[in-house]
Design a protein around this ligand. Sequence first.
Ligand code: ZN
Length: 133
Amino acid sequence: MTLKRFTLNTASKEGLYPITEQVREAVGQSQAHSGLAVVFCPHTTAGITINENADPAVGRDLLKGLGVAFPDQRSFEHLEGNSAAHLKALAVGSEVNVIIENGSLLLGVWQGIYFGEFDGPRSRTFFVKVMKD
Ligand code: ZN
């Protein structure tokens, strides 16, 4: 079993950052032929998700849609003032699991793994745990 910790410095308040290559790197170093890669985000205003890797407009639209679905609200009570970011993190989720087969991530052709920042810019962390069969 291999655990890798990655640091990501996000550039703005919100963004979707591709991290598929970092996950592939962790899988490669583990030399796992078959198993599972767990990608985990240890933050409450950021998340991890899988979505389209082809058209960069998709990521921008996802952020726009999350902004519509989870706008800031006057009735929110959290004193830090970032409850909308907490809700976006809730919707996106904190982790993804990807099957490893023949030493490769079993992702669809159009799928990429993304780190979602919803309250940046910050220095962020994510973990990749590779479990071999
Ligand atoms: Zn908060």
